[in-house]
Design a protein around this ligand. Structure first.
Ligand code: FES
Length: 149
């Protein structure tokens, strides 16, 4: 079963930025990469460094000797202790993606209309001669980033 945790208004986490949040006993890095959001466990699988505090960078790939390409710019986080690199979008390490990885979490942006729908789901309708109850206007004004754990 997943639980929902609000991180921050979407406008506070612009492309290229990250925010590290604590949810229960977990520390989780939430990243905005070109308008898409990703979340990683803030623990490096090597020696448990705070991985998500590392430098955000890209990586070099090579098909043959003397040729190389710079790829995934802004999509790689480099561990601050020993510089192992991880793909923020998958949690996989760059050097051994099939065996070394960090945990990822689902993260979404909920719009005002998404939350308006949720609010209406919680409402009840009156039937018959039931007396009316006091009602209040409720508005949600901004998109928020939500983490599912
Ligand atoms: S603790 Fe992250 S590379 Fe060593």
């Amino acid at each position: 079963m997943t639980t929902r945790h609000e991180v921050c208004p979407a406008e506070e986490l612009t492309p290229g930025e990250r925010r590290i949040v604590e949810v229960g006993n977990l520390a989780i890095g939430v990243f905005n990469i070109d308008g898409e959001y990703y979340a990683l466990n803030n623990v490096c699988p090597h020696q448990l460094a705070p991985l998500c505090e590392g430098r955000i960078t890209g990586t070099v790939t090579s098909e043959s000797v003397g040729e190389y390409d710079w790829e995934k710019n802004g999509q790689i986080v480099q561990c601050p202790w020993h510089h192992w690199e991880f793909d923020i979008t998958t949690g996989e390490s760059v050097f051994n993606p099939h065996k070394v990885r960090t945990r990822t979490f689902d993260v979404e942006v909920e719009s005002k209309s998404d939350r308006d729908e949720q609010v209406s789901c919680y409402g009840t309708s009156l039937q018959g001669d039931e007396p009316p109850v006091q009602t209040y206007d409720v508005e949600i004004e901004e998109d928020i980033i939500v983490l599912y754990i």
